[in-house]
Design a protein around this ligand. Structure first.
Ligand SMILES: NC(=O)c1ccc[n+]([C@@H]2O[C@H](COP(=O)([O-])OP(=O)(O)OC[C@H]3O[C@@H](n4cnc5c(N)ncnc54)[C@H](O)[C@@H]3O)[C@@H](O)[C@H]2O)c1
Ligand SMILES: CC[C@@H](O)/C=C/C=C\C[C@@H](O)/C=C/C=C/C=C\[C@@H](O)CCCC(=O)O
Length: 260
């Protein structure tokens, strides 16, 4: 997919990687990017990006993505404003320690339930029968494959995100709806998620064998853009670490197809 002149919706774009993905799409001359987040300063964030990219239209839609009807409102807003959607990125996410029951359940809701909503809505709103097809990028983590020993729900949400993406991104579904679905699985990146999770930075610093090393934003964004642009990539998980680089993980492609 050529990003130039495309219409994108990015969740979690109020901070960290989501904001980096939104900026990257604007650098590639996307016609419009809608930032979907629960941050209170979203209008300022959008306004600052609008000043940086005056040729594009940057909007902010305040929404808790765990609320399906509110989340659908973001899709309706974008469709009404531009007529269609081409790119959806589900980056909204939260960390949680096992000791925190409510935060852990919240992590399952934000990192998995809401990614299901965003993927389902994306496939519906970009369906080639009603629209023009498109691409969905779900932000998982290497924690999906290499779980940290604290964060059961976080790890499970990311593993579920990969599985959900492989299911939605099958060749059968691509041929049916014309929407590619991929997962991006970075290892640690120095974002506000790290800074805002008490004790996490110290635990990371103590990781052995170089596993404390943070990925560069540049490497993560390059992986994101590849998943958006490369039409050959669908139903894949792209793992990126500083020590192994980029790995494309395809499931066995032996899907069970239920004719719905
Ligand atoms: N930072 C890392 O080390 C790392 C590594 C791998 C994957 N990830 C994943 O990358 C994604 C982005 O994380 P980040 O590191 O940029 O964190 P971040 O905290 O900087 O950004 C997360 C954003 O999601 C938003 N958000 C949270 N709950 C929401 C909700 N219910 N509705 C709408 N928006 C909501 C937050 O307001 C925030 O703006 C997450 O899915 C995270 O799990 C992060
Ligand atoms: C506090 C528990 C949980 O919520 C913490 C999340 C912390 C950061 C975000 C997470 O997505 C990143 C985890 C990355 C861990 C680092 C390394 C391994 O996952 C990768 C190891 C791969 C290898 O050894 O080759």
């Amino acid at each position: 997919m050529i990003i130039k002149e495309k219409i994108a919706l990015v969740t979690g774009a109020g901070s960290g990687l989501g904001n980096d993905f939104a900026s990257a799409l604007l650098k590639e001359k996307a016609a419009a990017v809608c930032l979907v987040d629960i941050v209170e300063n979203g209008d300022k964030i959008a306004s600052d990006l609008q000043k940086e990219f005056p040729q594009s239209d940057v909007t902010f839609y305040h929404c808790d993505v765990t609320n399906h009807s509110l989340f659908q409102g973001a899709f309706e807003f974008v469709k009404k404003r531009y007529g269609h959607i081409d790119i959806v990125c589900n980056s909204a996410g939260v960390a949680a320690y096992d000791q925190e029951l409510e935060a852990s359940v919240r992590a399952l809701r934000v990192n998995l339930e809401a990614v299901y909503y965003g993927t389902k809505l994306g496939m519906e709103y970009m369906d080639k029968e009603k629209a023009r097809g498109g691409v969905i990028i779900n932000i998982a983590s290497t924690a999906a494959f290499y779980p940290t020993d604290s964060g059961m729900c976080y790890n499970a949400s990311k593993a579920g995100c990969v599985s959900l993406t492989q299911s939605a991104g099958s060749r059968y579904n691509l041929e049916r709806c014309g929407v590619r679905v991929n997962a991006l699985c970075p290892s640690l990146v120095d974002t506000p998620m790290i800074s805002s999770t008490p004790g996490l930075r110290e635990m990371i610093a103590a990781l052995p064998n170089g596993r404390h090393e943070f990925l560069s934003i540049k490497a993560v964004v390059q992986g994101f853009l590849q998943l958006v642009e490369n039409a050959e990539l669908f139903g894949v998980a792209m793992a990126i670490t500083p020590w192994s680089g980029t790995s494309i993980i395809r499931n066995n492609q032996n899907y069970i197809t239920f004719e719905m």
